[in-house]
Design a protein around this ligand. Sequence first.
Ligand SMILES: *Cc1c(COP(=O)(O)O)cnc(C)c1O
Length: 392
Amino acid sequence: MRYPEHADPVITLTAGPVDAYAKVLRSLGRTVLYDYDPAFQLFYEQVVDKAQKAMRLSTKPVILHGEPVLGLEAAAASLITPDDVVLNLASGVYGKGFGYWAKRYSPNLLEIEVPYNEAIDPQAVADMLKKHPEITVVSVCHHDTPSGTINPIDAIGALVSAHGAYLIVDAVSSFGGMKTHPEDCKADIYVTGPNKCLGAPPGLTLMGISQRGWAKMKANQAAPRASMLSIVDWENAWSREQPFPFTPSVAEINGLDAALDLYLEEGPEAVWARHALTAKAMRAGVAAMGLSIWAASEEIASPTTTAVRTPDGVDEKALRQAARARYGVVFSSGRGETLGKLTRIGHMGPTAQPIYAIAALTALGGAMNAAGQKLAIGKGIDAALAVIDADA
Ligand SMILES: *Cc1c(COP(=O)(O)O)cnc(C)c1O
């Protein structure tokens, strides 16, 4: 076997966590300053300012010191009370999963659930809000990563805002890879992180919170305080004048600083464009090779992850193992309901480069051939190259 399991692979093309930018890796090695040293307090304030700029926020973002699942659970715990009527929108494993957290804090849970290769239709949300004027909180996952599909959160956010309800958005695997910002979708809590499209390691949550989101959380006596799940505790931590409630993850902040610099210096529009082009080339190659994407239509296919449907009779796990063993290329599996049904190729941060679509198609095609599928790999490569070169 060329690439045994105990050795690092050659290319990690997962749907997150992703391999980090080299510059981010180097910045993780910066001095670990004492968190109360004035130099660190100033640095932290500057990192929050950069995050605010990247997220195009009018309020200060909050950093929580655990990977984004912490932020999502904290959002449910802090914003939702037993009096709330929550409408959870589920088009995949993450969207569905948020409903379980919501249910922990309010017994009143309504749900719109669609098949996990489709997206939420804003008209269905409009109808539900009309039918249930008592809805006070709506939750939605932007890019349901285990499906590689995108929900129209800006349209949904406009409806929720007109209704007067609060909106919680999971944008963990879309922010930084496509045009999405907390205020574009009128989110009251918008959760993302550095470990997907920003190309940094897992370990932090970034949150955009509206004025009214803050007011509701602070009025909620049951919102976590003096807890790792607390958002409220961290409200003023951005200021060099304010103490941290707990020790921040200093090394991760060093990495986030470099990731934000890279994003802002390259220019968000340029970053989104290379994510979109890589995914477009990938989809063209997948189709030309004789495979299909998981998403019900190209329009809802994610620019940051391509989910490829597993052909009948192919063992998906063996397929990924073959790609890794033969070519040293790592893909992601599905999760929960999509496990075994699809293979995911991430185009996130450093791997959102068109040439990685070619590498992914080659490794995927080779592994499919090994699994007995006779695919037209050359045609797939030609089609992907045509997309890439048409953009040059
Ligand atoms: C990655 C991701 C998260 C964070 O959860 P993990 O523990 O890293 O899986 C949350 N939501 C979405 C949509 C994600 O893609």
